[in-house]
Ligand binder design. Structure first.
Ligand SMILES: Nc1ncnc2c1ncn2[C@@H]1O[C@H](COP(=O)(O)OP(=O)(O)OP(=O)(O)O)[C@@H](O)[C@H]1O
Ligand SMILES: CC(C)(CO)[C@@H](O)C(=O)[O-]
Ligand code: BAL
Length: 590
């Protein structure tokens, strides 16, 4: 074995062409665009190419053009007699080759993949090879023209400390600039390069198509000067190289752009334009280039339109074209800040947000307010569009229930308690529609408000007991400035009643306060305090006050410490609900 192996990287005086201590015998696996070019470049600086694999005619032709006199060898014997084996193969092929390649302990093995680090070469390292990754950050034509372009090209080098100097010396031999990338950072490194290099191509190709659509015969020439300046500026200075209408907060111009794109009818260009302009606007805002108002104006113009669908078939189609993690927020419309807080949570948790807007007749008893329940689909869609919701599903009753459903879901005993005393058929209607909407929207996550705490508890039980594959997330109660829980039914209240409605939250405050001061130490006392506060309040008639076990939603017993104090009361004819989670102090052992 070569005596110098394992301690290369010493620059030898007088050998100007090569930074490595000794000319290496290099074998190359892969005759795509990269392998023969790197081999030829190594050969130019004095290394010896002892063989290369080439499986197809085109590969053999490329080898004879770029590497005359280098023998084409089989994978099984390519490593024989080589100091360094360079794996210049596709990412997909690397794992197999790493398993199959016969190597001797001490042989250097490098791959040229951008995406992979050292793990992929682990089988070779396990057999004693000194492995590293060497990714030239440029595109290859596969011809000898590439060799000159390797000068000053960045090479991402990933290697263990013992091997790193050799890897750097090899890059220096090629005239490249070694850039050390930690093994764990390899995917991020490769993402950065792909995002910049590949997506710029997509973007410029889109711009070319636009110019072609308006009759330009040489779109590249029209774009050249501006694009080059932009790319060079961004390479030098990042975000601060930005110019153009987004940076100036010019929403009118952006609107005109979008109208032109819609006219030309190239949907992919419009989608990319919206997404990139939104990101650009957010970056400008973060750098204080745009004000709050300017960002809001731009966002209003740029957010992709919310798709409103009313049939199951349209819903399926709308979901099919929106890949990614999906969240659903189910509502009965008449949207307010409470619903929007659920939507914002959904946007944090998923890529695609679907809101259902359906007043479900099944959950209303005949004497309840189904007919008068507030409905405003247009207003709802406007609000949801402002939140960037992707799809609104607003079906008719016939679409959801083409006939009276025969199979019914029994929500179990908790559905008969509390809300269920006054509304005995309510939760059966809720779980029926929630199950249907989960099946129709197939979300990864569904968000429900803690305002409807019993409903949330029952829906958690529903998905657990029926193995419905969705994560249920509860969202905190959104309140008006005076503490009253937001509710669509608040719209029924007169000004005077709206004042009376404060009594619900005041009763919860009183109980919470009593728990904090120690004046209430049992669930029954909490309920009692809230009930008395409600009974004393003008314009309010108590329906129920219940201290329930927060984990089961069954009535709390004296030992329960994690309580949901839930109440319902009529304010005039309007029935409102509210609740508060209260933790009672642990009881001292007697
Ligand atoms: N104030 C709120 N805070 C948090 N979530 C809420 C609030 N109000 C409603 N939600 C949630 O929004 C979802 C849809 O509720 P719904 O459409 O019934 O609204 P609502 O205002 O509760 O109506 P209602 O007046 O019928 O009670 C439910 O998950 C509900 O818990
Ligand atoms: C979950 C729901 C949308 C089902 O109709 C409804 O009960 C509600 O709005 O909470
Ligand atoms: N907010 C729960 C739905 C209902 O009251 O019918």
């Amino acid at each position: 074995m070569d005596a110098a192996r394992g301690k290369r990287g010493v620059i030898i005086e007088g050998m100007s062409a090569s930074a490595t201590a000794t000319p290496l015998r290099i074998a190359v696996v892969g005759s795509g665009r990269v392998g023969p070019v790197l081999a030829a470049a190594f050969r130019q600086v004095g290394h010896q190419i002892v063989g290369i694999t080439a499986r197809h005619d085109a590969a053999i032709d490329r080898v004879s053009a770029v590497l005359p006199d280098v023998p084409v060898r089989e994978l099984a014997d390519i490593a024989q007699g080589a100091d360094l084996i360079l794996l210049a193969v596709s990412d997909d092929a690397l794992a197999d080759i790493a398993r199959e390649l016969p190597v001797e302990p001490g042989q250097l093995v490098a791959h040229t993949s951008g995406a992979h680090g050292l793990q992929i070469l682990e089988p070779l390292a396990a057999r004693g090879a000194l492995v590293f990754a060497l990714h030239p950050a440029m595109t290859f034509s596969g011809t000898s023209l590439d060799i000159a372009r390797l000068q000053d090209c960045a090479f991402a080098v990933t290697a263990n400390p013992a091997v790193l100097p050799i890897a750097h010396a090899l890059v220096a031999d090629l005239g490249g600039n070694p850039v050390t990338i930690a093994n764990a950072d390899r995917p991020a490194y490769h993402a950065a390069l792909s995002h910049a290099a590949n997506h710029t191509v997509t973007l410029i190709a889109q711009a070319r198509r636009l110019l072609t659509a308006i009759g330009q015969v040489d779109p590249g020439a029209t774009l050249k000067a501006l694009v080059r300046t932009a790319v060079e500026g961004a390479l030098r200075a990042g975000d601060s190289a930005l110019t153009g209408p987004v940076m100036r907060g010019d929403a009118g111009t952006i609107r005109a752009h979008l109208a032109a794109l819609a006219d030309i009818g190239e949907g992919d260009i419009e989608a990319s334009y919206r997404a990139l302009a939104l990101t650009t606007a957010e970056r400008c805002y973060d750098r204080d280039v745009l004000s709050d108002d300017q960002l809001a104006d731009l966002t209003g113009v740029l957010l992709p339109p919310t798709e409103v669908v009313t049939t199951k078939a349209e819903l399926r189609a709308a979901l099919a074209i929106r890949p990614g993690r999906r969240a659903v927020v189910m509502t009965m419309g008449a949207l307010h800040e409470g619903h929007l807080s659920l939507v914002r949570r959904a946007k944090e948790l998923a890529d695609v947000v679907v809101v259902t807007d359906f007043v479900n007749p099944l959950q209303f008893a005949p004497d309840e307010d189904f007919d008068s329940y507030p409905r405003d689909l247009k207003g709802d869609v406007e609000l949801l569009r402002g939140e960037g919701v992707d799809v609104v599903f607003a079906p008719s009753i016939e679409e959801m229930y083409p006939r009276e459903p025969l199979v019914r879901i029994d929500p179990g005993p908790v559905a008969q308690l509390f809300e269920g005393v006054t509304r005995p058929t309510h939760f059966a209607g809720v779980v029926q529609v929630v199950t249907k909407l989960l099946n129709l929207t197939q979300p990864d996550v569904a968000i429900f408000g803690e305002k409807d705490a019993q409903q949330l508890a029952l829906i958690r039980t529903l998905v657990a007991d029926l193995d419905i594959p969705v994560r249920i997330v509860g969202a905190p109660i959104a309140r008006d400035d005076d503490g009253v829980a937001r509710s669509s039914r608040n719209a029924y209240l007169s000004t005077e009643e709206r004042g009376h409605a404060r009594a619900l939250v005041a009763a919860l405050d009183a109980a919470e306060q009593a728990a904090a001061t120690g004046d209430a130490s049992s669930p029954a006392q909490l309920a009692d305090i809230a009930e008395r506060a409600l009974a004393d309040a003008p314009g309010v008639r108590v329906d129920y006050v219940a201290a329930v076990d927060a984990s089961t939603y069954l009535p709390a017993d004296a030992a329960t410490r994690e309580i949901i104090l839930a109440l319902a009361a009529f304010v005039g004819p309007t029935r409102l609900i509210d609740n508060r989670r209260i933790e009672l102090e642990a009881k001292e052992d007697s």
